[in-house]
Design a protein around this ligand. Structure first.
Ligand code: NDP
Ligand code: GDR
Length: 388
């Protein structure tokens, strides 16, 4: 090495870099922010949970790396994390859950302390249309992440995003960590595979690998194709006169719905325990799709009365206008009729308490969608429409 470059190397590595880090540390301390000094790698960072988890970890002083798929229009699909792009501790890496090399490279480069695998093909109906892709991304994707961690960062703690869809045709009510699985969709089957391989890597390689079996959690950041957001956006559109009627599938299914912002904290907590384990995260309360629609529409001043059964179900408002119609195309080849989680173990071990009620959640989502539609009206452009 030449004298000049040695000098540069010495100044940069031994003096400037530690100085910069020390100044950052002092700045954060002065701002009252605890420095964790940890590094996390998150797949699915552009999704609902990924965006909330990234915010939480950055607040805790983590350096956060998110794995994103290359897209031809880089600004598209990233709107949930746009507000984080200027944070000096937030970075994106290109990668795909279908591609072992890209995950290996990311783990090798970042050497994370914690790895959160939130990436998935997560929309259940799509899993019947694309079962191979779902098995590849949602199932094998988890194995690819575990392999990358095993090879390149074996001490890294690993979180797998499990799902209540693993219970499917439920064997007991409520569902706990002991309830056997009976998935009802290719998506549910892929999540069971991911769950089992995560447990197997824990047992085979002594890895700190956990699965959170999370029941449905929603927020204003939920994709428009999922039922809660579809309903709250349609309520907002109806309120502003863009539509008259919501077209929906099976309104008799029941779900245990919580707030995503609360649930990501539990994902983090699972990795802070002394021993790795699997946990059910749920509210312990269930509501039908029908009740959720009635509640959402009450926030726009419509009181619904339901009549008919199955595909003939409709709901009219207080002025006899039909506001909900059932369409067979939204029914699934096999349905998960009833989900209600038993969060007792998470309560005991993680101190889990539901902070946001179902009523608060739906109100928050309707208000957010009313604001989005109002903004579109003011801006003179078309408001978002849930996909058909
Ligand atoms: P979203 O659908 O909002 O986000 C899915 C994420 O996965 C997106 O960031 C998406 O990226 C990414 N992704 C999809 N395919 C690939 C791929 N091939 N390579 C890399 N990334 C990919 O899901 P949620 O945030 O709601 O859920 C997070 C996780 O939790 C998922 O695994 C989901 O299955 C699971 N889960 C969710 C529950 C819920 O109620 N929300 C309940 C139980 C489990 P892109 O933006 O490029 O599409
Ligand atoms: P789910 O969520 O399948 O539980 O998976 P979704 O909101 O899509 O469906 C919930 C229930 O609503 C019924 N439903 C409809 N669903 C949609 N999407 N659109 C409709 O028009 C409609 N009408 C009725 C469904 O039949 C179903 O019973 C979500 C995802 O986030 C998964 O990734 C996650 O693992 C599970 O939650 C837990």
């Amino acid at each position: 090495m030449q004298l000049e470059s040695r000098r540069y190397f010495f100044t940069m590595v031994c003096i400037e870099r530690p100085y910069i880090l020390l100044r950052r540390f002092e700045k954060r301390q002065a701002a009252g922010i605890a420095m964790s000094g940890k590094t996390a790698l998150i797949t699915g960072i552009t999704g609902q949970d990924g965006s909330y988890l990234a915010e939480l970890l950055l607040e805790k002083g983590y350096t956060v790396y998110g794995l994103v798929r290359r897209v031809s229009q880089p600004s598209l699909g990233r709107n949930l994390i746009n507000h984080l792009m200027s944070n000096e501790n937030f970075h994106l890496l290109n990668g795909d859950l279908a591609d072992q090399n890209s995950i290996d490279n990311a783990v090798h480069q970042v050497k994370p302390d914690e790895f959160y695998n939130l990436g998935a093909m997560s929309f259940v109906p799509e899993s019947w249309r694309s079962p191979m892709m779902t098995a590849d991304i949602t199932g094998l994707g988890a194995l690819r992440c575990l392999e990358a961690v095993r090879k390149h960062a074996p001490d890294c703690r690993f979180y797998q995003a499990g799902s209540s869809e693993q219970y499917g045709k439920v064997r007991e009510v409520p569902q706990s960590e002991q309830t056997p699985f009976h998935p009802r969709s290719p998506y549910g089957c892929a999540k069971v595979m991911a769950f089992e391989i995560t447990r197997n890597y824990r047992e085979s390689y002594n890895m700190f690998a956990c699965t959170g079996i999370l029941f449905n959690h929603e927020s204003p950041r939920r994709g428009l194709e999922f039922v809660t957001r579809k309903v709250t956006m349609m309520a907002a559109r109806i309120k502003h006169g863009f539509d008259e009627c919501l077209h929906i599938g099976n309104v008799d299914a029941k779900r245990d719905w919580g707030f995503a912002g609360d649930y990501v904290e539990m994902q983090w907590k699972m990795l802070q325990q002394d021993e790795p384990d699997d946990y059910v995260i749920a509210t312990g309360r269930t509501h039908s799709i029908r009740d959720m629609i009635s509640l959402a529409f009450s926030h726009i001043g419509l009181d619904l009365t339901w009549s008919g059964e199955g595909v003939d179900t409709i709901a009219t408002d207080q002025n006899e206008v039909v506001r909900v119609r059932t369409n067979p195309k939204f029914f699934r080849p096999a349905e998960v009729d009833l989900l209600i989680g038993d969060p007792a173990y998470a309560k005991e071990k993680l101190g889990w308490e539901t902070k946001t009620t179902f009523e608060q959640l739906i109100q928050m989502m309707v208000e957010s969608d009313l604001a989005i539609v109002q903004e579109a009206v003011d801006g003179g452009y078309a408001p978002p429409t849930p996909p058909e």
